[in-house]
Each structure stands twice: as structure tokens, then as C-alpha cells.
Design a protein around this ligand. Structure first.
Ligand code: ADP
Ligand code: MG
Length: 238
């Protein structure tokens, strides 16, 4: 079980409140996309799910466990960032195996897991290279590979495609969805790109200024936007 439940979650940085009582339910195996303009709080929400940011109010439940006080490394999650955050001086193999090494997993296990992930992501012949020797799409796959080796039930993506060119973005959308389906993970995917949200999501959460404006399947939102903000943001002609 790897549902993610966000209950009345709030976040303030000093005196500035940036998340105002947000509720989101992500079902087991669901692909939910958080979409909204820059600065609306998407990354902050994702970082709170990951445990990289403390929460100022409410609770976050992963599976059946309240994780408010659980450190990131003990949460059943893996995160894929926008800027890849690969270690430039390490080989692709070491980049992918690093989190397992930190967890002091046996060498044979690290090797098996990295090879499995590389196989799934078509990176097998690149394991000895360094990040600089890879294309943007391949580097993005390595970032996903690092998440894969963790065997996590929940994948969090923060604008993973925003550094790629338009053509590659379309290819990688399909790859990410295929991966999600193959691994039967639960995914929370952040983007400011409406098209990405419409094409990838089982359900979309539209955010604005630290609040949820509407939640629904892509066509549902497109056909029946709850308000002018949602209509304008999704580009509905109505
Ligand atoms: P998004 O990912 O939707 O672009 P963010 O979650 O990054 O938005 O930011 C939401 C708001 O919180 C913004 O106003 C941003 O300036 C503010 N913010 C984010 N992180 C910090 C921080 N560490 N300290 C202070 N303010 C922050
Ligand atoms: Mg962000």
C-alpha cells in the first residue's frame, strides 16, 4: 500500500505563509500531477512529502503511516529533480548505486540493482561513463535510475523535463508513464506545463497561491473548470 494523503497541510517560511490548508489524496498506483504557476507552492509541497521540508500544520500519511516526524531516508519515496543533481565526478554506475552504498548495502546487491535499473532504462552500455558524456535524455534516465534502485513505492518528480528540448520532452513523458506502469508505483509529478499535466495525469491537482483550486481527471477539468483561474490556466476555450 502506497497511497499518499495530505491532510490540511500548511507551510510558513518565517512570517510568510505559502501553503494554506491543502488536502490531496493520491491513491495506490495513481499518477497525480500537481500543476500551477511558478511560485504557487508545488515544490514546497513535494519537498514536504519527501521530508526535505518540515510541515507547519496538518499531516502527511504514506501508506498507513503518519510520516510528519519520519526522516527522508526512512520514507518509502524516491525523488527525481529538475536539474538531475548527478555527481559529475562519479561514473553512471556509481551515481545510480550511491544511495544504496550510503545505506551500506552489500556490493553484490548494489551491482544487481543498478544492472536491473540500467536494463529497464536502456543505460547498460553507459555505466562506465561520466554524466558529462551523456545526452540530456540519458542524464534524465540516470536520475530516474537512482530513484529506481531504491525500490521505493512512491515516486516524486519535480519538473523533471523542464531542462530538455521540446522533442525530447514528449519522448520522456511516455518513458516516465511506461516506467510508472511497469513498476506499479504511486507517482506525484509536479509541472507548470499544462500540456504535460493533461497528457500524463490520471488526475490533476490545480494549485494557485498555496491553495488547491480543483482536482479531477484531465478531461473533467477541461470540460468543467471550477473557476476562471482553472479555465484560464488550462487554456479552456469556454
Ligand atoms: P513552485 O514550485 O510552485 O514554483 P515553490 O514551492 O518553490 O513554488 O515556492 C512557493 C513559495 O514559497 C514562493 O513564494 C517561494 O518564494 C517561497 N519559498 C520556497 N522555498 C522557500 C524558502 N526556503 N524560504 C523562503 N521562501 C521560500
Ligand atoms: Mg518548483
Amino acid at each position: 500500500m502506497a497511497s499518499v494523503t495530505i491532510r490540511n497541510v500548511e507551510k510558513s517560511f518565517g512570517a510568510m505563509k505559502v501553503i494554506h490548508g491543502v488536502d490531496i489524496d493520491v491513491q495506490d498506483h495513481e499518477f497525480v500531477v500537481l500543476v500551477g504557476p511558478s511560485g504557487c507552492g508545488k515544490s514546497t509541497l513535494l519537498r514536504m512529502i519527501a521530508g526535505l521540508e518540515t510541515i507547519s500544520g496538518g499531516e502527511i500519511v504514506i501508506g498507513d503511516k503518519v510520516v510528519n516526524d519520519v526522516p527522508p531516508r526512512d520514507r518509502d519515496i524516491a525523488m527525481v529533480f529538475q536539474n538531475y543533481a548527478l555527481y559529475p565526478h562519479m561514473s553512471i554506475f556509481d551515481n545510480m548505486g550511491f544511495s544504496l552504498k550510503l545505506r551500506k548495502r552489500p556490493k553484490a546487491e548494489i551491482e544487481a540493482k543498478v544492472k536491473d535499473a540500467a536494463d529497464i532504462l536502456n543505460l547498460t552500455s553507459y555505466l562506465d561513463r561520466s554524466p558529462a558524456q551523456l545526452s540530456g535524455g540519458q542524464r534524465q534516465r540516470v536520475a530516474m535510475g537512482r530513484a529506481l534502485v531504491r525500490d521505493a513505492q512512491v515516486f516524486l518528480f519535480d519538473e523533471p523535463l523542464s531542462n530538455l528540448d521540446a522533442k525530447l520532452r514528449v519522448v520522456m513523458r511516455t518513458e516516465i508513464k511506461a516506467l510508472h506502469q511497469r513498476l506499479k508505483t504511486t507517482s506525484v509529478y509536479v509541472t507548470h506545463d499544462q500540456i504535460e499535466a493533461m497528457t500524463m495525469a490520471d488526475r490533476i491537482v490545480v494549485m494557485n497561491a498555496g491553495r488547491v483550486e480543483q482536482v479531477g481527471a484531465p478531461l473533467e477539468l477541461y470540460d468543467s473548470p471550477a473557476n476562471l483561474f482553472v479555465a484560464g490556466f488550462l487554456g479552456s476555450p469556454s
